[in-house]
Each structure stands twice: as structure tokens, then as C-alpha cells.
Design a protein. Sequence first.
Length: 204
Amino acid sequence: MNDVIDRLARLTPPSATTGDAAPDLRRGQRALSRRRIKRAVLGGAALTLAVGGAFGGIALTSDNGGAPTVQAADNVRLVDYNGTQMPGYTVAKVPEGFVLQGSDQFVLAVARPDDKSSISDFQEKIVVTLEASTSGADDSANTTVNGWPATLITTPDGATMLKYAYRDFTVVIQMWNTIHLTDEQLVEFAEGVEVTPDARPSVG
């Protein structure tokens, strides 16, 4: 009996050959590669969402598979105006972060709080003025303000101008090209403008 046991102990079980194991090894490596690629894709998507959420309006894009580039979207919005109104005009809304800089009987200026220039300097502002007549005010109308014909144009220096008849006058609203309200938002601003008896049409 002991002799049988000794012989059995000395027996070596057949081992798998390299050729038999190779297909299994390759399948395992392919599965591992797929898992790693999937993790990288999901991780990249999560990073893009996190960055976009953190910066609100900044998106990561890539052209032809190259390195991502950052694009900042203009996100100026109109907000209700609750401050002191100026002689000549009242307003219902202003671009977020802007104030009524001042007015006289001819001009209302809407500017950033740190703007110390004269209200007659139209750069970097929205300004409201009057023209003495409504003649031809709706000849080239391409939009409306409170249901009345209005004209939106771009001036040679890139500003946006909105003109519309109001009572016996033509209201002219000019927005400097660094203030990125859309045409629709500028119309919305105009619809909240009221002309008071203190306002006078510009001369010349």
C-alpha cells in the first residue's frame, strides 16, 4: 500500500501548454483594455460637465480630435431696475451690473458703475435720446416695440441702434458694441422705457 501511495505522490499532473493558454490570455487583455477605455471616456465626460458647471457658460470643445479649447459664452441678461429713476426717462430693466449713470433733458445714459465719463460720451453705454419728428420712423421697420413698428440697424462703428415712434417723437436707443445684449433683449429694454415731460429732442 505504501508503495502505491509513494508512486501516486511522484506523479506530475499534465500542465497546460503555452499554446492552450494564449487565447485565454489575449481575451483577458482585450477585456481589460475595453474597461480602461470606458473608464477614461466616462471620466472625461464627468470632467467636462464639472468644468462647465463650475464656470457657468464656459464649454470645452475640441476640433478634429485636438486638445480641448475653452469658449466663453456671452451671458448678459436683463434684470428689473429698482433704483432711483432719472429726469426725462424711466426704465423697467437694465443689463445686469449696469446702473443709470445720469440724464439731462436730452440724454439718458445706462453704464457700468465705475464709468466716470460724461453722459454725452456714448462709448460702453446704452443711451436713450429723442428726435423731434416721427417722419419716416417706420419706413424700414424690421421689428416692433410694444406693438409699434421699429427699426434695428448696426451703425458703421458696430453699435446697435433701435428707433421707433413714441407719441410725437422718435425714440433712439443706441447700444455700444461691447454690451452683448441680443436684438430681442434690446427691444425688451426699449419696451420698459417711458418718456417723461422733462425729456426734450436732441438738437442738430
